[in-house]
Design a protein around this ligand. Structure first.
Ligand SMILES: [Zn+2]
Length: 106
């Protein structure tokens, strides 16, 4: 019998599904569990607590992958200036290009 380890849980089923998808992309075999799985079918299951399990031998790899997936997204992690160095327009945080002159900040 295989041991399953919980590596992630969320109040939002969609988030849990995305994490499980991420683990699958890394070659792991996660499963989603919810106490009322049968009741979710046909309801979308969004917004309900959900847990992600992996086989115990994959737990260490899974936790590393999930740890890396946390934190700011790629776009948000770009260091943005306060003003565009090219046209001096106020910089819209979260954008990689100036909204006005469409140039990169550096
Ligand atoms: Zn600009």
């Amino acid at each position: 019998m295989q041991d399953w380890i919980e590596v992630f849980h969320s109040d939002n089923t969609l988030v849990a599904q995305l994490k499980a998808r991420l683990l699958e992309q890394h070659g792991l075999t996660p499963i989603l569990r919810n106490e009322n799985l049968a009741a979710l079918v046909g309801m979308g299951g969004i917004g309900l607590p959900c847990r992600v399990f992996v086989p115990s031998i994959q737990a260490e790899k899974a936790s590393k992958i999930l740890l890396r997936s946390q934190g700011p997204t790629l776009v948000a992690s770009i260091e943005a200036p306060e003003y565009c160095p090219h046209c001096n327009a106020p910089w819209e945080v979260g954008f990689a290009l100036c909204w006005k002159c469409e140039q990169e900040p550096y």
